[in-house]
Design a protein around this ligand. Structure first.
Ligand code: SF4
Ligand code: SF4
Length: 83
């Protein structure tokens, strides 16, 4: 299962990661003014939170990269032959 790591000292509490997460894995702790992992089991390893975090505070471990070939125009044209 993917492991989400949030560097507490780097988090500035902007909550962008929690807003962008499609599966509501992350939640804001108002008392600490930091985000924490609420539902790790629901993480689909889309890496959106890592990409969007302005502080580079989020990283993941134990996930497999899957190439999003549908975003790669050149590859999509080649794949079309087999559809
Ligand atoms: S996007 Fe980064 S800085 Fe903002 S709340 Fe999430 S972890 Fe913290
Ligand atoms: S990797 Fe995707 S699903 Fe997992 S916590 Fe980040 S935004 Fe949510």
């Amino acid at each position: 299962m993917v492991e989400i790591l949030i560097k507490k000292e780097a988090c500035r509490g902007c909550q962008i990661c929690a807003e962008i997460c499609p599966t509501d894995v992350l939640e804001y702790n108002a008392a600490e003014q930091k985000v924490f992992v609420k539902n790790a089991a629901d993480c689909i390893a889309c890496l959106s939170c890592t990409y969007i975090c302005p502080s580079s505070a989020i990283s993941q471990q134990d996930f497999h990269n899957v190439k999003n070939f549908y975003r790669d125009l050149e590859f999509s044209v080649k794949a079309k032959r087999y559809l």
